[in-house]
Design a protein around this ligand. Sequence first.
Ligand code: HQG
Length: 196
Amino acid sequence: GGNDRIDALGRLLTRILRHMATELRLNMRGDGFVIVEDLLNLNLKTSANAPLKSHTIDEIREAVRRDNKQRFSLVEENGELLIRANQGHSITTVESEKLLKPIMSPEEAPVCVHGTYRKNLESILASGLKRMNRMHVHFSCGLPTDGEVISGMRRDVNVLIFLDIKKALEDGIAFYISDNKVILTEGVDGVVPVNY
Ligand code: HQG
């Protein structure tokens, strides 16, 4: 149905805007924005087997609106519609300072929690939280309420790691918050050390 088509479009937008823009030679600004028309001209199909070219700007708007974690931002500039992913990038054309807002004080993030899985815990406690393939380690600014999702962690996590962001900020580690309220850091060379 129509929702399946839109959800499949949303998933493809996520992959392109976070991970594939560079290899697709899609023009992306330092703040992560690309021109929607450029995106719709890519020769790709969604998992609903719909070519991107078959989608309209209204369907892009619908995919952005329906997204349960507010993964995207849309802006209009000089008569052009631009879209970006708010966080989650692996491509390095995006710059933290342009994509995100710096967290200046711990009061801006009274709760800072990373969701993960038991199978990862031993390794995390040995070597810290690593950003893995992404630009940043991801944290949520709270816990999901009943039946809801929260941006910054997956729905099926079974381990919660609470960060002492006050101590980390004092030690000079930079933290940022995205438009959809995910807390992000590059840590120290991609790692948030265990002592935090
Ligand atoms: C784990 C989803 C072993 C880490 C979510 C995680 C988030 C380690 C995985 C966003 C480790 C990386 C990001 C270590 C970290 N040893 N495992 N030393 N350090 N890990 O996908 O945080 O739905 O890159 O705990 O909601 O899971 O895509 O990060 O399990 O917002 O919008 O390595 O992705 O959002 O996995 O998820 P990821 P993540 P979306």
